[in-house]
Design a protein around this ligand. Structure first.
Ligand code: HEC
Length: 181
């Protein structure tokens, strides 16, 4: 049979409207087009869920991590001017407290008990201090020791960084003035 180009195939009906004498076939959208279209909708929903509802790290948590790192670096570099306020801040900073706990368990727990409740040396948790309970006073006691009473001086043994960390660990178990966080 001779192909007749002027009549459309039966599965493509002509639509009813006519514009400027032009008529349209009512053609089915091609599969590749439909696939792209529905695929884009599915992708957008998944993308929206992943980025907005189950983010692996939000901007806020990344900001907090950055700020904590900056704060830690600032405190570490201020070791030349260790005052009470700086030591209180260190005592609320896990970077110093965790490091201090390691030093404490290795060096101090034998006399002061792992729970800081005392033994050969006095309790470090209560509010009773023989040599003063301000962070700088504790720092001085730990650094110089009380040799006649059997408390070694730890400054030369541990170095100033580890001493300040271990003081931060002790002070982390005490309430900071003004409830500093
Ligand atoms: C050999 C045992 C021994 C070890 C180890 C030791 N201490 Fe002591 N510590 C003592 C004794 C004893 C005293 C009490 C001194 C006094 O009566 O004046 C003391 C006192 C202290 C005080 C003063 C407490 C107060 O009430 O003023 C602090 C703070 C302290 N030690 C911290 C530490 C830290 C931190 C370490 C580890 C780096 C440590 N000590 C390791 C025996 C020890």
């Amino acid at each position: 049979m001779k192909p007749n180009n002027s009549t459309p195939p039966p599965e493509d009906p002509v639509r009813h409207h006519v514009y400027d004498g032009i008529q349209e076939y009512d053609k089915r959208l091609p599969n590749w087009w439909l696939l792209t279209f529905y695929g884009a909708i599915v992708f957008s929903i998944i993308y929206w869920l992943v980025t907005q509802h189950f983010p692996s790290s939000t901007d806020e948590s990344r900001l907090h991590a950055e700020m904590a790192a900056i704060e830690t670096a600032k405190l570490a570099s201020s070791s030349a001017t260790l005052d009470d306020a700086t030591l209180w801040k260190m005592s609320r900073n896990p970077a110093f407290v965790d490091a201090g706990k390691i030093t404490y368990n290795a060096t101090c727990a034998s006399c002061h008990n792992a729970a800081l409740t005392g033994g050969i040396g006095p309790n470090l948790l209560d509010e009773v201090w023989i040599h003063g309970g301000r962070p700088t006073e504790v720092l001085a006691t730990v650094t110089d020791g009380v040799l006649v009473k059997g408390m070694p001086g730890w400054g030369p043994v541990l170095g100033s960084q580890k001493v300040s960390e271990v003081v931060a660990f002790i002070m982390s178990r005490h309430d900071a003035p003004g409830g500093a966080k």
